[in-house]
Design a protein around this ligand. Structure first.
Ligand code: PLP
Length: 390
């Protein structure tokens, strides 16, 4: 019998589409003179003292495994950092170092979900949320958020989709791709709702340090929430350390232990070299983060004004490094807009539809690139919009 590789692929993997971002960037590969506002990655190189810590770790022969949970000194430093900056108190035993927030998110979902459990998340959202839920045998339930509300999610909207199968609420503020943030009063309403319906919260706060206006409030810090929240954070964005692949999860000891089982059998531990670098970052990297945030803010102000001037209505993201203008006025789909913009003007942005159905009609423009490049990209985009709007 002929071997059909396809037929061996598990149904829950087969049904998951490829990432819209990856597909799109396959097109970008090989094109010359493209300005990319595409991939969500800092343009800054990791600060030198952090790279040096990695080199020093190698020089000292730090090349082995660490404890499954991660280096104790790193978990201790994270506990101090979280107390100071997020008003949450964790014992280092409640902190698991993972291979990026990506792994932390995956093992959290796998540790929590029984087949058929519903996971609520707000949309437009990070591309991996819905697939990660499906691959963990859960049922993704999206709550659409709009620009009129600054892409914040409301307790009322969440309550409408709650059913007896609802188990997890995923939050991501500041949000990729919209830059949405939440106020304390809104989060308090969500906390009340979550407790009333006995849900567990998975909060991905990877952009917390890149908040430009207002305070960043973690839902984990609100009354009654620490014991029902899994807090995810990492080093990729605030310290420009995407390639180091370090993230972490904090939460109730029972859940962290369950996640640990998956982590120890599938990943064993995160790279010791990267963990040493992360320790340097969390202890001494704050001035770097502050400087990068200031740069992002300048770029944010520039790009938001430029997009609005072009005629693409864009709210001002209060955090993250993404602008999310509406392209509805042009009358084309977000995919068509992005593909034509790339082909005709060599500017790469991500179609809003890559971030879920409610992202249609928008474009994600990452402003983690130099002001000069952003200015050229905006000029090109202006010409393009004029042309297609005629
Ligand atoms: N969560 C969000 C909201 C993101 O935007 C990203 C990366 O873009 C990640 C998680 C993945 O982060 P990491 O590099 O820590 O795996």
């Amino acid at each position: 019998m002929a071997f059909q590789a396809d037929s061996f692929i598990a149904q829950n993997v087969r049904s998951v589409p490829r990432s819209g971002i990856r597909d799109f960037f396959d097109i970008v590969q090989g094109m010359k003179d493209v300005i990319s506002l595409g991939v969500g990655e800092p343009d800054f190189v990791t600060p030198w003292h952090i790279r040096e810590a990695a080199i020093y770790a190698l020089e000292r022969g730090k090349t082995g495994y660490t404890s499954n949970l991660g280096l104790l000194k790193l978990r201790e430093a994270i506990a101090v950092h979280l107390r100071q900056h997020f008003k949450v108190s964790y014992d280092p035993k409640q902190i698991l170092i993972a291979v990026g927030v990506s792994e932390a998110l995956d093992i959290a979902l796998r540790a929590l979900i029984n087949p058929g459990d519903e996971v609520i998340y707000h949309e437009p959202c990070y591309v991996s949320y819905s697939p990660s839920i499906s691959m963990a045998h859960g049922v993704p339930v999206a709550v659409a958020c709009g620009a009129e509300n600054g892409f914040a999610v409301t307790a009322e909207a969440i309550e409408k989709v709650i059913t007896p199968r609802s188990k997890v609420l995923m939050l991501n503020f500041p949000t990729n791709p919209t830059g949405g943030t939440m106020t304390r009063p809104e989060l308090l309403k969500i906390a009340e709702l979550v407790q009333r319906h006995n849900l567990v919260v998975l909060t991905d706060e990877i952009y917390a340090e890149l908040t430009f206006e207002g305070e960043h409030v973690s839902i984990a810090s609100l009354p009654g929430m620490l014991e029902r929240t899994i807090f995810l954070h990492g080093f990729s964005k605030a310290y420009a350390m995407t390639g180091f692949r370090i993230g972490y999860a904090c939460g109730p000891i029972e859940i962290i232990e369950a996640m640990m089982k998956i982590h120890q059998y599938s990943m064993l531990c995160a790279s010791i070299i990267s963990q040493e670098a992360a320790l340097e970052a969390i202890q001494f990297g704050e001035p770097d983060t502050t400087e990068m945030r200031e740069q992002y803010k300048l770029r944010r102000n520039f790009i938001v004004k430029a997009l609005n001037d072009i005629g693409l209505k864009c709210h001002s993201p209060r955090g993250s490094f993404y602008a999310f203008p509406s392209i509805a006025s042009t009358g084309v789909s977000s995919k068509e807009f992005a593909v034509k913009l790339l082909e005709q003007e060599k500017v790469a942005c991500v179609p809003g539809s890559a971030f879920g159905a409610s992202g249609e009609g928008y474009l994600r423009c990452c402003f983690a690139t130099s002001l000069d490049q952003i200015e050229i990209a905006m000029n090109r985009m202006g010409k393009f919009v004029q042309r297609i709007s005629r």
